[in-house]
Design a protein around this ligand. Structure first.
Ligand code: NAI
Length: 333
C-alpha cells in the first residue's frame, strides 16, 4: 500500500482531483490518500495557508500529488508552491510536453522535456524597495544548484532514452549568474559523452521552439527561463490543460500540473483533468508502477485521439468526470 499526500488545491483543483482519483483507483495500484487542505481554503480553519500537519504529511510519505493553488498577486501570502519547493528542496522541476494525436496544434511531433531549476534564480524572492520609487530583486545562481540540476538533466536523458540536452541561458548579458550556469552545464556535459549537448540564449530558444520544436529534446534552465519556456512548450502541444509536472528532490517528490487554479472555470467540472492525470502517471512511473502508468497513458491518449469525450479546451463538450469515465472504459477493455 502506497501512502500518498493529496492536496486537491483550489479553483479547478477539486474537480480535476476527483477525476484523477477515480482513474487511479481503476488501475488497482493500492494507494491510501492522505488528503489535506492548503492555500486559501485552509486559512479559515487553520489560520495559515500551509499548516504544519500538511508539511508533516509530505515529510512522512515522501510523495505528494498536488492540484493548483491560487497565489494572491502583488501582496498577501507567499506562493505555497514556491514555499513547498523550498521546504523540501525539490530542486528539479520536470515538465514533459508532447503532442497527443487528436489535439489541434501547429506541430505533430513535439516531445520536449523541460528540466527547470526550482530553488534559485530570481525566485529566491530576495526583493526590496529602494526608496519609494524603485525596487530591487536579487538573482542567485550557485555552482551547487547549477551542477545538481544539470546532472539531473543528463541522468534523466540517459534513464529515459533521450539523445540531447540543451542548456538555456542569457549568459551573453548576465555574465556572472547565467555565465556560471552555462559554465557548469558545459563541465557536467563532459561526463556524459553519449548525450549530445548544446546551449541556446533564451530569446533565440523561444524563436527556435516555435519554428523547429522537433529539433529539441531535453532542455535544462535556471528557474525563471524554465518557467516561461515550459509554458511556451505547453502552448506547442495544446495548452496548459495537457502538460504535467513533477518537483523532485533527494527526499521528496511532489507531482503537479503546470497550470494554475483557473478560477474563471472552477466548480463547473469543465476543466481538463489531463494534466493532473499525466502528473499521476509520472508519479506511478516514479513508484515503479510502469504497467499501470502505461495503462492510464495509453487509455488517455486513445480518448484524446477519438475526440468524443473531451473537455471544452480540447474542442469537446464533456465534463472532466465524463472524460475520466471514458479513460477508465478504455483501460478496462
Ligand atoms: P492558469 O493556468 O490558472 O490559467 C491560464 C489559462 O489556462 C486560463 O485560460 C485557464 O482557463 C486555462 N486552463 C488552465 N488549466 C486548465 C485546465 N486544466 N483545463 C482547461 N483550461 C485550463 O493560470 P493563471 O490564470 O495565470 O493563474 C491562476 C491562479 O493559479 C493564480 O493565482 C496563479 O498564481 C495560480 N497558479 C498556481 C500554480 C500551481 O499551483 N502550481 C501554477 C500556476 C499558477
Amino acid at each position: 500500500m502506497y501512502k500518498i499526500t493529496l492536496l486537491p488545491g483550489d479553483g479547478i483543483g477539486p474537480d480535476i482531483t476527483a477525476a484523477t482519483k477515480k482513474v487511479l483507483a481503476a488501475t488497482g495500484v493500492p494507494i491510501e490518500w492522505e488528503e489535506h487542505l492548503a492555500g486559501e481554503l485552509a486559512i479559515p480553519q487553520y489560520g495559515t495557508p500551509l499548516p504544519e500537519h500538511v508539511l508533516e504529511s509530505i515529510r512522512r510519505n515522501k510523495i505528494a500529488l498536488k492540484g493548483p493553488l491560487t497565489t494572491p498577486v502583488g501582496g498577501g501570502f507567499r506562493s505555497i508552491n514556491v514555499t513547498l519547493r523550498k521546504e523540501f528542496d525539490t530542486y528539479a522541476n520536470v515538465r514533459p510536453a508532447r503532442t497527443y494525436p487528436g489535439i489541434r496544434t501547429c506541430f505533430d511531433n513535439v516531445d520536449i522535456v523541460m528540466i527547470r531549476e526550482n530553488t534559485e534564480d530570481l525566485y529566491a524572492g530576495i526583493e526590496h524597495m529602494v526608496g519609494e520609487d524603485a525596487a530591487e530583486s536579487i538573482k542567485i545562481i550557485t555552482r551547487k544548484g547549477s551542477e545538481r540540476i544539470c546532472r539531473f538533466a543528463f541522468e534523466y536523458a540517459i534513464k529515459n532514452n533521450r539523445r540531447k540536452v540543451t542548456a538555456v541561458h542569457k549568459a551573453n548579458i548576465m555574465k556572472y549568474t547565467d555565465g556560471l550556469f552555462l559554465q557548469v552545464a558545459r563541465e557536467v556535459a563532459k561526463d556524459y559523452p553519449q548525450i549530445e549537448f548544446n546551449d541556446r540564449i533564451v530569446d533565440n530558444m523561444c524563436m527556435q521552439l516555435v519554428l523547429r520544436p522537433e529539433e529539441y529534446d531535453v532542455l535544462v534552465a535556471p528557474n525563471l527561463y524554465g518557467d516561461i519556456v515550459s509554458d511556451l512548450c505547453a502552448g506547442l502541444v495544446g495548452g496548459l490543460g495537457v502538460v504535467p509536472g513533477a518537483n523532485i528532490g533527494d527526499k521528496v517528490a511532489i507531482f503537479e500540473p503546470v497550470h494554475g487554479s483557473a478560477p474563471e472555470i472552477a466548480g463547473q467540472d469543465i476543466a481538463n483533468p489531463t494534466a493532473l492525470i499525466l502528473s499521476a502517471v509520472m508519479m506511478l512511473r516514479f513508484l515503479g508502477e510502469q504497467g499501470a502508468a502505461d495503462q492510464v497513458e495509453n487509455a488517455l491518449a486513445a480518448v484524446i485521439k477519438e475526440g468524443k469525450t473531451v473537455t471544452p479546451d480540447l474542442g469537446g463538450t464533456a465534463k472532466g468526470m465524463e472524460m475520466a469515465d471514458a479513460i477508465i472504459e478504455k483501460m478496462l477493455k
